[in-house]
Design a protein around this ligand. Structure first.
Ligand code: 8YV
Length: 326
């Protein structure tokens, strides 16, 4: 008998056919939350899950006694109870690598857009306000030749830094749990304590995963340490930043600008003041959102799930400890 899986992520026809060849597939489109009654009923017999952005709780796992593997269509897995999954022997697979360059592009896009005030000035043109030559009040600041401070120096952090160092002649500083001697050699990157990095960087770019240690890593104290000319960019997770402190820093003019792809609450509340600051570029979590990359992420998740449910080692496994080779 075929194993049963629940698919709640965006998969193309070929990918769904690939899954249907191996498994009995039940699809859920536009699943807003795991509380959906049909989804909860289906969990009782599910061996696998594939999708993104759903928060999976231990209580939910109690309703899925046959679950063997989850393939998330994301590199981040902060919405999964990893310990709990490991204890239950459920494999959690993610999609690193295939989204690294696209997400780094998004980081650089935010650096460029904020520094050169591209969105703000494009809106100004759209309104028909470009009636005479530009004045200094419209000038931005350079990106090339500046100091880029990376908070987190994993795959995506390194890819942002590579763009800066090799394409824009930037000096790269990084703060990371472990030193990265190869990247120091490749990019001339220098490791700093977080406080020192914040004080020196012209661009502060966050790429750390969200963990209990990184939640609210950047708050009032950290914004106060930044230069008043600093530009803050977050392409990691909203909760790494104390959003109220960011809003206050912007209101008080403690930093020059912010480029944000992620927020404490997503979708961003219409009440949030963040998108209304002229010096904020707020994007709807588009880090990896290109046709090419989302297709590759979904494919990686499909491949992971097929391998995991066949008892073979998935390509990208988050909880190694749950892996028991046959
Ligand atoms: C996804 C992401 O957009 O991979 C991640 O961790 O943040 C994004 O690439 C998101 O998780 C929804 O798929």
């Amino acid at each position: 008998m075929k194993k049963r899986i629940l698919a709640y992520g965006r998969l193309n026809e070929d990918q769904l056919a690939q899954l249907a060849h191996e498994f009995e597939v039940q699809t859920f489109s536009n699943l807003a939350s795991a509380d959906d009654p049909d989804f909860r009923t289906a969990l009782a017999h599910a061996h696998g899950l594939i999708g993104a952005s759903l928060t999976i709780t231990p209580e939910l796992l109690d309703e899925a006694p046959e679950l063997e593997a989850i393939a998330t269509i994301s590199v981040g897995y902060d919405n999964y109870p990893v310990e709990e999954l490991t204890q239950r022997g459920v494999l959690l697979c993610n999609t690193p690598d295939v989204l690294t360059e696209t997400t780094a592009d998004t980081g650089f896009l935010l650096m460029m857009a904020t520094a050169r005030r591209a969105i703000e000035l494009a809106e100004w043109v759209k309104r028909g306000d470009w009636q005479a030559g530009l004045g200094a009040e419209h000038f931005g600041s350079d990106v090339h030749g500046k100091t880029l401070g990376m908070i987190g120096f994993g795959r995506i952090g390194a890819a942002v830094a590579r763009r800066g160092a090799l394409g824009f002649d930037m000096r790269v500083l990084y703060s990371n749990a472990s030193p990265k001697p190869e990247l120091e050699k490749e990019l001339g990157a220098e490791r700093r304590e977080l406080d020192a990095l914040l004080a020196e960087a012209d661009f502060v770019c966050v790429t750390v995963p969200l963990t209990p240690e990184t939640e609210h890593l950047i708050g009032e104290r950290e914004f106060a340490l930044m230069k008043p000319s600093a530009i803050f960019v977050n392409i990691a997770r909203g909760k790494v930043v104390h959003e109220a402190a960011l809003i206050e820093a912007l209101e008080m003019g403690r930093i020059r600008a912010a480029g944000l792809d992620v927020f404490e609450q997503e979708p961003l509340s219409p009440e949030s003041p963040l998108p209304h600051f002229a010096n904020v570029v707020a994007l709807p979590h588009i880090g990896s959102a290109t046709h090419e990359t989302r297709t590759a992420m979904a494919q990686r998740a499909v491949d992971n799930l097929i391998l995991a449910l066949k008892g073979e080692r998935p390509i990208s496994l988050v909880n190694e400890a749950a892996w028991k080779p046959a």
